[in-house]
Design a protein. Sequence first.
Length: 147
Amino acid sequence: MTSTYLADDIQSEEGRRYEACAHDLTGGAPWTIGVGHTGPEVHRGLTWTDRQVDDALQFDIQQCMVGLDARLPWWTNLDDARQDVLVQLTFQIGLGGVLELADALRFMRDADYDGAAMALRTCRWAHHPPGRMDRLADQMETGRREA
């Protein structure tokens, strides 16, 4: 279930922060720390160690997987690279955002990976941040992660 690259791939997209920072779009909440971690405990002035960042990342990935298990039980039938795409999407836009991707999800469930990739490239999150959805769509389409 998922690949050994998942945490590294998420970190590559999200970056790694030891000090809480304001959200790029709001200039405030939600505050972010670690590898894209947000929550009520994250506030201005909060700092973390390497261990705290790594633990939070593993916890956040696990929470994404729990949500996918509950709402999209078929996701575990996908190969590891494509499971990684769903976890990364959930990490980025939340489970609610993923569930809004009805066409892409239907294509994924039916193993129409070309259709799923096309739906990802044209969804409302396709360009925020630039390039990320294209990389995930390519991985969904090919079943291979970008090196």
